[in-house]
Design a protein around this ligand. Structure first.
Ligand code: ADP
Length: 375
């Protein structure tokens, strides 16, 4: 069998400026003022100064302002959901349709718009639709359901336990990595084949309801868990002649390329991360201390992997948390990754906003030209 194209070659490497194409794209989105912030009227003070035309921003507090931080895109409070999709997610979805894995993540303090950006359904109002719905709409319109398929799993990661949001009785789902291919799988998790957009709404709604129910039962909030939608795409393609041997070296030469149907399998992870705010362990009790410990663990482990990738390190510490273990084959290497960091506008959250911006700055440096190496 020919090797999976996800391992065989990277489309971006075919072009000049490959490194830039492969780099993790990082966008910042600022939430519009909420009712509390609007009520502050002239007293409202902000801690970010956006320079969207040059894709930069400064942090500011009182009379001080930081240096300008460069990002791939700065979305002002007026940015539409459609534009966010086009800039942040569409290139990743296009590469998934070509057979590569990909990840789109939202990172930020609770209340800054992660779920709105990623998970908003917008069933009645299409302009409101978030990245999950738009990605599935895009994939459905790009494949032929006669020969291809698109399926989803929808999971929640809470206290280092993987729960199935489509089959809530399934908890503690293992994360298994194939030692040869490095492929990550979740045996036992429901994988549901999608038929149409109506089906997408149904499944995402079921996931949302189960997430809410699970969190109420555990006496916690959704912002304490990571929600992960995995979209599996399988497509039948026929190779072009010039691609046959150079791209897939294990294909025997006597096979006539036009006669070689190839099944491309790829996946896209769309991740609504738990709130990035530092949780004060003092003064918290019981399960809150556990939550704090695990969220800090997974987000700091994500940060460490980002740093290691940015530094081109041969050791990427993906085994430190379940979050990074799940991302292992879809983040770095030939996988395309986009990160939206969401911030609120108020100076009252200066310290969370600045740590979110600095997290995004670190991620800007990742170049996805290396495979994650075995530890
Ligand atoms: P998070 O997931 O980061 O905790 P939410 O997505 O729940 O935050 O957003 C908090 C509130 O702000 C929600 O009521 C959401 O609808 C609203 N909101 C967030 N971003 C936007 C936006 N860009 N435009 C309009 N409303 C937004």
């Amino acid at each position: 069998r020919p090797p999976s194209p996800a391992r065989a070659r990277n489309p971006a490497a075919d072009h000049d400026g490959a490194a830039d194409l492969c780099r993790v794209r990082v966008a910042v989105r600022i939430r519009p003022k909420n009712s509390d912030e609007l009520a502050q009227g002239a007293d409202f003070d902000t801690c970010v100064e956006l320079q969207p035309e040059c894709k930069k921003l400064k942090l500011k507090k009182n009379n001080w302002a930081s240096e300008s931080y460069q990002f791939d895109e700065i979305f002002t409070e007026n940015a539409s959901q459609k534009r966010i999709y086009q800039v942040v997610a569409k290139p990743v979805v296009e590469s998934v349709l070509e057979g590569y894995n990909g990840t789109v993540m939202a990172y930020g303090q609770t209340g800054t718009g992660k779920t709105y950006t990623v998970g908003q359904l917008g069933k009645e109002d299409p302009s409101e639709r978030g990245i999950m719905v738009r990605a599935l709409e895009h994939i459905l319109s790009s494949i032929s359901l006669e020969t291809d398929s698109v399926s989803v799993s929808y999971l929640q990661l809470y206290l280092e336990s993987v729960q199935d949001l489509l089959a809530p009785e399934k908890t503690n789902i293992p994360i298994v990595e194939d030692p040869k291919s490095g492929e990550v799988s979740l045996p036992g998790a429901a994988i549901v084949e999608i038929k149409d957009l109506e089906h997408v709404f149904q499944l995402l709604q079921i996931g949302e309801t189960n997430r809410h129910a699970a969190n109420t039962k555990m006496n916690t909030e959704s912002s304490r868990s990571h929600a992960i939608l995995i979209i599996y795409v399988q497509r039948s393609v026929r190779l072009k002649e010039e691609e046959s041997t150079s791209t897939y070296p294990s294909v025997p030469e006597h096979i006539i390329p036009d006669d070689l149907p190839l099944v491309l399998k790829s996946k896209l992870l769309i991740v609504d991360l738990a709130g990035s705010e530092r949780i004060d362990k003092s003064g918290s009790e019981g399960h809150m201390i556990e939550e704090a410990k695990f969220i800090n663990l997974s987000l700091s482990s994500l940060g460490k992997c980002i740093n290691a990738l940015a530094e081109n390190s041969s050791h990427i510490p993906t085994r430190d948390s379940k979050l990074t273990r799940m991302l292992r084959d879809s983040f770095g290497g030939t996988a395309r990754t986009s990160l939206v960091v969401t911030v609120g506008p108020s100076v009252r959250h200066y310290s969370e906003t600045s740590s979110t911006i600095l997290f995004g700055q670190r991620a800007m440096k990742i170049v996805n030209t290396i495979r994650l190496k075995e530890e």
